[in-house]
Ligand binder design. Structure first.
Ligand SMILES: *[C@@H]1O[C@H](CO)[C@@H](O)[C@H](O)[C@H]1NC(C)=O
Ligand SMILES: *[C@@H]1O[C@H](CO)[C@@H](O)[C@H](O)[C@H]1NC(C)=O
Ligand SMILES: *[C@@H]1O[C@H](CO)[C@@H](O)[C@H](O)[C@H]1NC(C)=O
Ligand SMILES: *[C@@H]1O[C@H](CO)[C@@H](O)[C@H](O)[C@H]1NC(C)=O
Ligand SMILES: *[C@@H]1O[C@H](CO)[C@@H](O)[C@H](O)[C@H]1NC(C)=O
Ligand SMILES: *[C@@H]1O[C@H](CO)[C@@H](O)[C@H](O)[C@H]1NC(C)=O
Ligand SMILES: *[C@@H]1O[C@H](CO)[C@@H](O)[C@H](O)[C@H]1NC(C)=O
Length: 266
């Protein structure tokens, strides 16, 4: 509770003890108050969300105005909490709200998160660490101004949907993506990614969409992609791929749409 109080206090005048005492009394009086709820993990979730809010400097629709301590954090706009762990945040959904600012690195502490969707805003800065989000199934940060590199994906990866398209991301696709066996969508188009396609992507049997177009990827197109029997979109347009188009791609029975032009293929 004291740490939560420190997050609130900088907005008050430093010498404003009376207001601070009133605020403490208020927090103590509200039994359903988020800060006073169960245990340190819940407190960490609340602190992570307040930190997220503190780095958003423009919120024209006022979506985050409900994010205040007089409302239980599970009822804040865009937040969903768990059923078995009722105070733990399982979803953060704030799309197309014209939010400007950075994504707080403290989101890394939302270890129960299953769904993180902040797409189609004006968010800049880096993607928070995802390593502790063992339950993350859905990640959509597409259509923002995010830069830096893509952090490693969660260890025991449960990701099904992975879209970071249309940002300013650099560096390589995290190599541990090949461990995310449940992935159905990988959409990373329109970034500045380098490196090559891991042959391991050909073993992600659930993949329906692989879109890597308009990046700076190089190397050859792995023949293993021909094993993706559920793939219906393969989009590798505008990169620096070399070599030949593997004959194995002819086995892709579900394929509806393929775009490989504007590369350095022979
Ligand atoms: C509070 O935490 C305890 C132990 O961590 C847990 O057994 C209990 O179900 C939790 N209660 C709520 C309301 O989350
Ligand atoms: C907190 O959020 C609630 C719900 O949106 C709103 O009615 C209330 O005015 C807010 N309180 C403050 C102090 O902003
Ligand atoms: C996670 O929470 C702990 C405890 O509140 C804090 O010390 C740490 O800085 C947080 N991590 C991040 C990345 O903010
Ligand atoms: C991800 O975000 C983009 C941009 O807002 C949106 O077009 C797309 O439908 C989202 N994906 C899903 C599965 O909701
Ligand atoms: C990995 O995930 C599986 C199923 O989701 C779970 O049973 C297992 O305990 C997890 N392992 C670790 C090390 O978290
Ligand atoms: C791919 O590009 C990197 C630099 O981004 C370079 O170091 C590497 O040698 C290139 N690989 C191939 C196969 O062209
Ligand atoms: C995947 O494709 C490669 C190359 O086409 C092939 O050698 C390999 O046996 C395939 N693996 C599986 C599991 O189908």
């Amino acid at each position: 509770m004291s740490s939560s109080f420190f997050l609130v206090s900088p907005t008050l005048g430093l010498g404003d003890t009376l207001v601070q005492i009133l605020l403490i009394s208020l927090l103590l009086l509200i039994p359903s108050n988020t800060i006073a709820s169960n245990g340190t993990e819940t407190e960490r979730d609340v602190l992570a969300l307040l930190s997220f809010k503190s780095l958003i400097w423009n919120d024209p629709s006022g979506a985050l105005s409900s994010w205040n301590v007089s409302v239980h954090h599970c009822r804040w706009y865009g937040i969903r909490c768990g059923r078995r762990h009722p105070n733990r945040v399982t979803a953060l959904d704030l799309n197309s709200l014209q939010l400007s600012g950075q994504i707080s690195s403290s989101l890394a502490n939302l270890t129960f998160l299953q769904r993180l969707s902040l797409s189609d805003n004006r968010l800049s800065g880096r993607i928070p660490e995802l390593g502790q989000m063992m339950r993350l199934r859905f990640l959509n940060l597409s259509v923002n101004y995010l830069d830096g590199t893509i952090p490693p994906l969660p260890g025991n990866c449960s990701l099904e949907y992975f879209s970071l398209r249309t940002n300013n991301l650099k560096g390589v696709v995290p190599s541990n993506i090949v461990q995310c066996k449940k992935l159905t969508v990988i959409n990373l188009n329109h970034n500045f990614l380098v490196g090559s396609i891991s042959p391991g992507l050909g073993f992600l049997q659930q993949l329906t969409m692989l879109s890597l177009s308009v990046n700076n990827l190089n190397g050859t197109i792995p023949a293993t992609l021909g094993n993706l029997s559920n793939l219906y979109i393969l989009d590798l347009y505008q990169n620096h791929f070399t070599g030949v188009i593997p004959a194995s791609l002819g086995q892709l029975q579900s394929l509806q749409w393929i775009q490989i032009s504007d590369n350095l293929l022979s």
